[in-house]
Write a protein that binds this ligand. Structure first.
Ligand SMILES: Cc1cc2nc3c(=O)[nH]c(=O)nc-3n(C[C@H](O)[C@H](O)[C@H](O)COP(=O)(O)O)c2cc1C
Length: 182
C-alpha cells in the first residue's frame, strides 16, 4: 500500500514536514510512504492548464493518481490552508481525471500554538470532501505546542508519535474500505 505524503509548508525547518518524515518510522506493516514536493508548482491559472499542464503539476497529479492514499501534513495559515497547499489541491482538482476523486486521505496538522491546527483541518475536509476524496474521520491529530515536541528537527515526543501511529493504523483499513471496484 503506497502512501503519498504532502506537506503544506515549504520552509526547510517545517514542523509539518518533520512530522511527516517521522511517519516513515510509524507505518503499519504493508504500508510505505513517499513524500513529494509541491514547491515547484506555479500558481494555478486555468489558461496555463488549458495550454498544457506544466510538468510539476502533471507529476503531482500522476503521483496522487498512483498512490493508494494521500497523507497531508498541514500548517494553519490565518485559520486556514496555506497558499501552497491550496494551490496543490487546485492543480490536482481540475478535470479530466481529477486526482482526488475517490482518493483516501488522512490529515494532521502541527502549529506552535496550543490548538494544533484545529481550524485548518475543517477547511481541508470541506475542500477535499467536495472533490470526492474520502478523508479519514478519526482519529483527529492536532499537534499543538509543536516546537516542544521536536529535538534537532526530529519528532521525539512519544505521545505525539503514538498519536501519529494511531492515525496511520486507522488509515490502512480506511483505504481498504474506500477502495473503488473498477
Ligand atoms: C502567514 C501565516 C499565518 C499563520 N496563521 C496561523 C494560524 O492561523 N494559526 C496558527 O496556529 N498558526 C499560524 N501561523 C503559525 C504557523 O502555525 C507556524 O509558522 C508553523 O510553524 C507553520 O508550520 P511549519 O512549521 O510546518 O512551517 C501562521 C504562520 C504564517 C506564516
Amino acid at each position: 500500500m503506497q502512501i503519498l505524503g504532502i506537506s503544506g509548508s515549504l520552509r526547510k525547518a517545517s514542523l509539518n514536514t518533520a512530522a511527516l518524515r517521522a511517519c516513515n518510522d510509524l507505518l503499519p506493516q504493508g504500508m510505505s510512504l513517499r513524500i513529494t514536493s509541491i514547491a515547484d508548482l506555479p500558481l494555478f491559472n486555468q489558461d496555463v492548464f488549458d495550454a498544457g499542464i506544466p510538468e510539476p503539476a502533471k507529476r503531482l497529479r500522476a503521483e496522487i493518481a498512483q498512490a493508494d492514499g494521500v497523507l497531508i501534513a498541514s500548517p494553519e495559515y490565518n485559520f486556514s490552508v496555506s497558499a501552497a497547499l491550496k494551490n496543490a489541491i487546485d492543480w490536482a482538482s481540475r478535470p479530466p481525471d481529477q486526482s482526488w476523486q475517490d482518493k483516501p486521505v488522512a490529515i494532521f496538522s502541527v502549529t506552535p500554538g496550543p490548538l494544533g491546527g484545529a481550524r485548518v483541518q475543517y477547511d481541508l475536509r470541506r475542500m477535499l470532501g467536495q472533490l470526492w476524496a474520502h478523508v479519514l474521520p478519526r482519529p483527529e491529530v492536532f499537534i499543538g505546542a509543536g516546537p516542544s515536541k521536536f529535538t534537532d528537527g526530529k519528532l521525539t515526543d512519544e505521545t505525539t508519535r503514538k498519536f501519529l501511529g494511531d492515525l496511520l493504523a486507522g488509515f490502512k483499513p480506511w483505504i481498504e474500505r474506500m477502495k473503488v471496484k473498477k
